[in-house]
Design a protein around this ligand. Structure first.
Ligand code: MG
Length: 365
């Protein structure tokens, strides 16, 4: 497989046989590359399974067809693979980074993240990208001889959003954006907080809608918006493949190490970058803080705060593994890690145990 990679992938792709390796040495595997092993480690982790019951934007459980953190992650992985393959880059690496990118997300989406950051303001803060690294380096512990998943340095570096490493990491990063731009529009329409008139002011939407209407003039809802969303994704992916490929060519890359310490090459065209900025602004103004989203998230976050404060006063409520971390990590960080790892529903149940009456949170389910 390593020989196949050398033959099939572009010279500037990150080959698994050229990995910088793992922090704790392990023998290589007989029929899987290093990045394939990383992908499997991530999928088999507890943090990955919990993504199923964590909010993406709409509180987990609000509607069974709305995205959860898990289905979001799977979409990011799928788009990452498509782009990586089109550019002859390492699909397994891009996919592994995509699958791990949100492992550190707290319950209750971005509102939950803000609340945890607030609880941790005097104690080192909280940010989900950094937390994803903590999950794979410390909090998961499936192996007897070392903490964490012992992933390759290329996958771990890909989770550091601050430094430019591989093209594969850049792909996973943009695929995340492409995914949420499109699925947040889709879910917001399904959830009836966006309508077609409002969307006419959004270039990304209008471009795709015009193209779909030309091909299917009689198409009506709900099929219409599904096809429009499909076109939105298709345009974004095509644009990134074309722009990225041109950027790579003009940079004259010879090897994977040429990618380091230079600005990202996997990008949107200038025109689409502008349109996406406007789309992002639109989503902030019309979706993420829409009363039907914000109110329920705010109530959920008050539960998070209450649970956080209760653990500080009574650490005996923490699980066994968390209790063992207090000595090294301190109480605040331990509580933060513990809560960040929870699913929405576990946090709600824990809140109910603490206040002793389930009716207080019933409206949120
Ligand atoms: Mg994400």
């Amino acid at each position: 497989m390593e020989a196949d990679e050398a033959r099939l992938l572009a010279p500037f792709a990150q080959k698994s046989g050229e990995s910088q390796g793992r922090k704790f040495g392990e023998p290589s595997h007989s029929y899987r590359t290093e990045f394939q092993r990383d992908r499997a480690r991530i999928i088999h982790s507890r943090a990955f399974r919990r993504l199923e019951y964590k909010t993406q934007v709409f509180l987990n459980g609000t509607g069974d067809h709305l995205r959860t953190r898990l289905t979001h992650t799977i979409e990011v992985a799928s788009i990452s693979r498509t782009i990586a393959r089109a550019l002859r880059l390492n699909e397994d690496l891009a996919e592994a980074i995509a699958l791990a990118h949100d492992l550190g997300h707290s319950p209750f989406g971005h509102s939950g993240e803000e609340m945890l950051a607030e609880c941790m303001r005097e104690h080192g803060g909280f940010e989900h990208n950094r937390q994803s690294l903590r999950v794979v380096e410390l909090l998961e512990h499936p192996y007897p001889n070392f903490p964490g998943l012992n992933l390759t340095s290329e996958v771990r570096e890909g989770l550091h959003k601050t430094q430019v490493t591989s093209l594969e990491a850049q792909i996973a990063d943009l695929a995340d954006e492409i995914t949420y731009y499109s699925h947040d529009l889709d879910d917001a329409i399904d959830f009836d907080i966006l309508n077609f008139e409002q969307l006419e002011e959004v270039e990304v939407w209008k471009y795709a809608a015009n193209s779909v209407r030309k091909r299917y003039p009689d198409l009506r809802e709900p099929e219409l918006h599904k096809l429009i969303i499909r076109d939105v994704i298709d345009r974004q992916v095509q644009d990134v493949v074309a722009t990225g490929s041109a950027q790579i060519a003009s940079a004259g890359l010879q090897s994977a190490s040429d990618v380091r310490n230079r600005p990202p090459l996997i990008q949107y065209s200038d025109q689409l970058a502008d349109a996406n900025r406007a789309l992002r602004k639109f989503l902030y103004q019309n979706v993420y803080y829409h009363p039907r989203v914000a109110e329920v998230n705010e109530r959920a976050c008050e539960m998070l705060r209450k649970v956080f404060e209760t653990y500080l006063l009574d650490p005996s409520r923490l699980g066994e593994a968390a209790t063992r971390r207090i000595e090294n990590e301190g109480l605040h960080r331990t509580v933060c890690d513990y809560i960040a790892g929870m699913t929405d529903r576990y946090l709600i149940e824990e809140f109910e145990r603490i206040v002793g009456h389930p009716e207080r949170s019933r409206g949120i389910r």
